[in-house]
Design a protein around this ligand. Structure first.
Ligand code: CAO
Length: 416
């Protein structure tokens, strides 16, 4: 299949999640992604949280599909030489090492630009260059705390809370992918490469923009009308944690359905969209609420919104989450069952669309992984299994002109 990124060669100098998520996306769309890994050990996620002894962990396999793996010790002179050769003939180098690691290895932006002025160098770091925390190493939850997500997630009577969604890792990788594609288009116009950087703090913040909106509204008004703290509770001078409240102008909450006592996910998310009030009342069998001045406007409803949610929960008590959504969807009410990972893994629609898919792996058999969430009319990426450590070393080196004897020697001296 002729894929849009065919012909784009990427040196994938990434590890853990943020960088690999970015390069995996580009590999799905046709780029030749060569993952450069330390001989003997490789990406740390190969061994983290293993479910099968001595086999690459799912953490690794689910972030590195469609790639090739080259082992290379880039601190050894011969390893550096090979990396230089790769840089000369590649389009993009992506890395997410700790601050300064690439420079210490001898591959500063200036040096790479000298080797290949068309090269795009894309980096993930915890904080932006020049930030007062620029020297810090960062993992997912650290980024969620630094980007404003943790202080605004959770319940008001509990501590700051991190999300299970990889806002710091995969989200930063997606931002970086957009940056790389933009730089590639820019290079078509200028003929020049450039440095592209995304910090995890900035990528989290970019998703928390409504909370920055709320801080400004709070500064001006002293309250936030859509938060559960309004009108009966109190506000301080910082955006509070709002539990499961809707983040836009629509009140919503996670509501119990039949079976919630034993099933931790027997819930739906229910949204009271302003103009859907009439259908909501009809769906709930409460037609008298439609014109009641205590209920008919969003403002009138807010002081007793939790009583309204309680009434909806009473209505939900004899309905499973699926039955409830099947009724509510007929009334055009924005809602969804709270789905467990087990339900998602078995969801036939997600499988049919390719959003989750089973792929073969040389050592673990097939494994379930995510496919492209981006759908195209003319492209359905085929997801292939992740490479074994160094699986493609020989073929990549042969492509650079190394013969079997050279490769044997490089292996014996642990350069690859
Ligand atoms: N050959 C030789 N050396 C290699 C190598 C290779 N193929 N690949 C990596 N190394 C070396 C690096 O050069 C570095 O050496 P120095 O520290 O001596 O310069 C060393 O390995 C460690 O790299 P690191 O600092 O990136 O690794 P770490 O485990 O200490 O830190 C992490 C991990 C993620 C905290 C850090 O990389 C980081 O902050 N990255 C930026 C933010 C980020 O992406 N975080 C996401 C983490 S989860 O997605």
């Amino acid at each position: 299949m002729n894929l849009p990124l065919n012909g784009i060669k990427i040196i994938d100098f990434t590890h853990v999640q943020a960088g690999p998520a970015c390069t995996q996306l580009l590999a799905w769309f046709g780029a030749d992604v060569i993952k450069v890994e330390r001989p003997g050990s490789g990406d740390v996620t190969r061994t983290q949280l293993r479910d099968i002894p001595d086999v690459d962990a799912l953490y690794f396999t689910m972030l590195n599909s469609n790639k090739r793996s080259l082992t290379l010790d880039t601190k050894k002179p011969e390893g550096k030489k090979i990396l230089e050769q790769l840089i000369r003939e590649s389009d993009v180098l992506v890395e997410n090492f700790g601050p300064g690691a690439l420079d210490r290895m001898g591959f500063s932006w200036e040096r790479i630009n000298e080797l290949n002025p068309k090269m795009i160098v894309a980096s993930v770091k915890g904080f932006s260059d020049g930030h007062h925390y620029e020297d810090l190493k960062v993992y997912e939850n650290v980024a969620q705390c630094a980007g404003g997500a943790a202080s605004t997630t959770g319940f008001w009577d509990g501590p700051p809370t991190v999300s299970a969604a990889a806002l710091g890792d995969s989200n930063t990788g997606m931002h970086l992918a957009i940056g790389i594609l933009t730089a590639l288009i820019g290079r078509d116009k200028t003929g020049k490469g450039q440095k592209v950087a995304v910090s995890m703090q900035d990528a989290v913040l970019n998703l928390c923009r409504v909370k920055l909106r709320d801080q400004q509204r709070l500064d001006r008004l002293g309250f936030l009308e859509e938060y559960p703290q309004y009108p009966h509770g109190s506000f301080s001078d910082v955006v509070p944690r709002g539990g499961n409240a809707g983040g836009g102008g629509q009140p919503g909450w996670v509501l119990k359905c039949k079976g919630w006592e034993t099933d931790p996910n027997a819930y739906i998310y229910f949204t009271i969209q302003g103009h859907a009030w009439e259908p909501i009342c009809k769906a709930l069998g409460k037609p008298e609420w439609i014109d009641d001045p205590n209920y008919s406007t969003a403002k009138a409803r807010q002081p007793h919104i939790f009583d309204i949610f309680k009434t909806i929960e009473d209505w939900l008590a004899d309905k499973t989450k699926y039955e409830a959504v099947d009724i509510l969807r007929k009334f055009d009410i924005p809602c969804s069952p709270v789905l467990s990972m087990k339900e998602i893994a078995a969801d036939p629609s997600l499988r049919a669309s390719g959003s989750i898919t089973e792929v073969p792996h040389k050592e673990r058999g097939t494994y379930l992984t995510v496919g492209s969430p981006i759908k195209f009319s003319d492209l359905k990426p085929a997801i292939t299994g992740s490479p074994l450590l160094g699986e493609h070393s020989d073929e990549v080196l042969a492509g650079l002109g190394y013969g079997p004897d050279d490769i044997k020697r490089l292996r014996e001296s642990q350069v690859i």
